[in-house]
Ligand binder design. Structure first.
Ligand code: PGA
Length: 255
């Protein structure tokens, strides 16, 4: 394995704080992460928009990156309530989650809108973390493969020659916040499909990071991260406790 290949597949663990936090609570959490010392993976936290300045200030000069949980597909204009990629870049965001299942389900985001958001982020040098995943009904109907392929395909086509620059997160909807994790084998099977789909589209597929998300905890992270095509995780609930999040980051040493 070349040095470049091994470096780019260095695992990545991202905290998705969702709509949680306060100045005081964030202060404690960020201090807890900073004081953990060196971790065997790349680490980032995706915080609510109002706390980007706090994250940027507290994490500057640390090895921990920060990002947002969404990004407008538009660069500027009359889009009340939206936050653009240039604004995120202004706050030093390295990542933006796009297409989280909560946004797809609760805000009606289509595959094409998610793809346009990913493109807007990349245009400003922000790595989009593109979420894909099937619902329980879709899994039980045997549609997992067709659903995740359809979701990813929209992004691949829209990003075109830049498709290799995104991070993909496979998050089965039935595993998010439920305590019901996909088994390492179930997750690996989908990750392998996604990597094969990426390989048909970009020469960078083997170097791309594919994250797993959905009830990742300190006690199941190592097994998940030990799978050949799982390069880290997108962590919701467990990213709100410094000790748990750090333990999950340490489990990435198993990759
Ligand atoms: P969870 O959320 O870890 O709380 O299941 C993951 C996510 O939604 O990104």
């Amino acid at each position: 394995m070349s040095a470049q290949l091994s470096d780019s597949r260095r695992p990545l663990v991202v905290g998705n704080w969702k709509m949680h936090g306060s100045h005081a609570a964030n202060e404690q959490l960020l201090e807890g992460l900073k004081s953990a010392g060196p971790l065997p993976c790349e680490v980032a936290v995706c915080v609510p928009f109002p706390y980007l300045a706090q994250a940027a200030e507290r994490l500057a000069r640390s090895a921990i990156a920060w990002g947002a949980q969404d990004c407008s597909a538009h660069e500027q204009g009359a889009f009340t309530g939206e936050v653009s990629a240039p604004m995120l870049a202004d706050f030093g965001c390295r990542y933006a989650i796009v297409g989280h299942s909560e946004r797809r389900a609760l805000h009606g985001e289509s595959d094409q809108l998610v793809a346009d958001k990913a493109k807007a982020a990349l245009a400003k040098g922000i790595t989009p973390i593109v979420c894909v995943g099937e619902t329980l009904a879709q899994r039980e109907a045997g549609e997992t493969e067709s659903v995740v392929k359809r979701q990813l395909s929209a992004v691949i086509h829209t990003l075109a020659h830049c498709a290799g620059e995104m991070v993909v997160a496979y998050e089965p909807v039935w595993a998010i916040g439920t305590g019901r994790t996909a088994t390492p084998e179930q997750a690996q099977a989908v990750h392998a499909l996604l990597r094969a789909q990426l390989a048909a589209a970009t020469p960078r597929a083997a170097q791309m990071k594919l994250l797993y998300g959905g009830s990742v905890k300190p006690d199941n992270a190592a097994q998940l991260f030990g799978q050949p095509d799982i390069d880290g995780g997108l962590i919701g609930g467990a990213s709100l406790k410094a000790a748990d999040f750090v333990a999950i980051c340490r489990a990435a040493a198993n990759h």
